[in-house]
Design a protein around this ligand. Structure first.
Ligand SMILES: C[S@@+](CC[C@H](N)C(=O)[O-])C[C@H]1O[C@@H](n2cnc3c(N)ncnc32)[C@H](O)[C@@H]1O
Length: 209
């Protein structure tokens, strides 16, 4: 689901960028390390700040990044115009049906987008599908604890059915063959869950939903 005008304004501003760079990236790096030279996918890249972080802070060699909203992809395209095509592919796409081959990425990054997907379990399943065995899933997600708040309900727009708590999100990630093993942290009073999991080498992915 695309962002409404208010959430777009909240996402596309320097404060969001600062939090993402200074806090979320630091936390993700502490939990999962860098991805030096790796082939990385970012789901829901928004205006491309996450992609920049994945290149600059995490050391990725190549990044594919997509977003459901063509307007966001265009913004990311402008921000990231200096990256050559062999290092960056940007496109419009859906996290619930990722247009990439199976087992083709060393890491997948999710900066707060899967809670926007109505069939969020499908998105987690897709992440597991495209990760190579041993590949890492870096996630920062917004839980039902946040979505139930007055501010979120009044001003922002999210799918209303079947949202997840931090524990439910991590359980689904593990059910799809990505081992998290407690490598998570919650912040902002449980509104956000941040963690890194690793796709099991011989993952027995669960059957399609
Ligand atoms: C809360 S914003 C986060 C954007 C960016 N990752 C960030 O951290 O600033 C959620 C993003 O997910 C995108 N989005 C929503 N549903 C999506 C889907 N099914 N597949 C891909 N992107 C989606 C939205 O268009 C939006 O850019």
């Amino acid at each position: 689901m695309k962002l409404n005008r208010i959430e777009k304004a909240l996402m596309n501003n320097p404060v969001r960028s600062l939090v993402q760079r200074r806090h979320e990236a630091r936390l993700l790096e502490r939990l999962g390390g860098r991805v030096e030279g790796a082939r990385v996918l970012e789901v829901g890249c928004g205006r491309g700040v996450g992609t920049e972080i994945i290149f600059e802070r995490f050391g990725a060699g190549e990044v594919h990044a997509f977003d459901l909203d063509p307007d966001m992809v265009e913004k990311a395209r402008r921000r990231l115009a200096h990256y050559p095509p062999h290092r960056l592919k940007l496109y419009v796409g859906d996290a619930a049906a990722i247009e990439e081959e199976g087992e083709s990425f060393d890491a997948v990054f999710d900066f707060a987008i899967i809670h926007h997907v109505p069939e969020w379990e499908r998105a987690v399943q897709e992440v597991a599908r495209v990760l190579k065995p041993g590949g890492r899933f870096f996630f920062e997600e917004v839980t039902t604890h946040a979505l139930d708040r007055w501010f979120y309900r009044t001003f922002l727009e999210h799918p209303t059915e079947n949202r997840f708590s931090a524990a439910e999100f991590v359980a689904e990630v593990e059910r799809q063959g990505i081992s998290v093993a407690g490598n998570t942290t919650e912040w902002f009073f449980g509104d956000l869950v941040v963690g890194v999991g690793q796709r099991e080498a011989a993952a027995e992915l669960s059957l399609p939903l």
